[in-house]
Write a protein of this length. Structure first.
Length: 323
């Protein structure tokens, strides 16, 4: 599978990836977005910013990039970058299908994305992804599987995904919502012709939302690569919004709150790739310090007190405004 390339990388940041959710579209729910992006969010401006971030990430050892059909023009921006840098052949590219971007490049749309896990949507979006990324696509994931998702029971879809896997694309899924653990365990049970369908899982896990941890351990033990998203809790774990306990640990380690928050995830033995969702090169550089943060048992115990009930966490996330 393509993630073998990450396992053999020698850079200290090989297990930190770059997610493009924050720069592929003008509106998103991350805190501090107005400061990060300002008012100029034209297609060309965000294309340039994305390319600058990708250049900075690659130079600092990042080798996994994560996009999605619903992240505005993220696949397009990534494809342009890859084509303009033909010597960059060791980047692992992942994308996701299952949400359609509907905001028409605005920040105040009534709906920014619409979810549909049907085989028809898979066929349409797979063709759209192929037109942009072609054979550079390594990993294709179902976007935000929940326990009630038809993607967990639709045999036609499973056959389509198995066919894609047979052609060399790694098939995975991402999860969201307070019942992530249930969705992960249900997906682990899916087989086609006796073979487990999914090879990767991407889930939300951070200091505030740890409920998926036991299920992610099970996924790792079953041989799946675990990718962690929203490690910064959409900015809630960054200055100035970080909880006091996180700020105290950051001060003691001489690193930023963001680096400590991501280091906590890297400390988990099941974590294969932890995504940075940085929208600026400065924040990316700070995020990448996570690989150097040394958390002792006292730090870990204090950070463990930050975990919220998942229902509370996801309700608070749902209330974040699109900026």
């Amino acid at each position: 599978m393509p993630f073998a390339r990450l396992a053999t990388a020698t850079t200290p940041t090989c297990h930190i990836g770059l997610g493009l959710a924050a720069v592929g579209r003008p509106g998103y729910i991350n805190l501090g977005r107005d400061d990060d992006l300002g008012a100029d969010r034209t297609v060309d401006t965000l294309r340039t910013r994305t390319h600058e971030l990708l250049d900075a990430a690659y130079a600092q050892g990042v080798r996994y990039v994560d996009a999605a059909r619903s992240y505005g023009r993220s696949e397009e921006f990534l494809a342009d970058w890859l084509k303009s840098r033909p010597n960059v052949t060791d980047v692992v590219v992942g994308s996701k299908w299952g949400y359609t971007y509907t905001a028409d490049w605005t920040t105040d749309a009534e709906k920014h994305e619409v979810k549909d896990h049907s085989p028809a949507t898979y066929e349409r979006q797979r063709a759209e992804t192929d037109a942009l990324l072609g054979d550079r696509l390594d990993l294709y994931q179902i976007h935000s599987v929940t326990p009630d998702s038809p993607a967990l029971t639709n045999k036609e879809l499973h056959a389509q995904l198995a066919e894609a896997a047979a052609r060399g694309v790694t098939v995975g899924f991402s999860t969201s919502g307070p019942a992530q653990a249930d969705a992960i365990r249900a997906a682990l049970d899916i087989t086609v012709d006796g073979e487990r369908l999914f090879r990767t899982v991407q889930s939300t896990y951070n200091a505030l939302e740890t409920s998926a941890g036991p299920a992610l351990t099970e996924a790792h033990d079953a041989g799946l690569t675990v990718i962690v998203k929203e490690g910064m809790a959409n900015g809630r774990l960054a200055d100035p919004h970080a909880p006091d306990a996180l700020k105290a640990v950051a001060e003691e380690t001489s690193y930023g709150c963001d680096a400590v928050a991501l280091a906590l995830i890297l400390h988990q033995p099941w974590a294969g790739v932890v995504l940075s969702g940085a929208a600026t090169s400065a924040h990316l550089a700070s995020n990448l310090h996570a690989a150097a943060v040394d958390l002792d048992e006292d730090h870990l115990a204090r950070l463990a007190t930050l975990a919220k009930d998942p229902q509370t966490y996801w309700a608070e996330r749902a209330a974040l405004p699109w900026h």
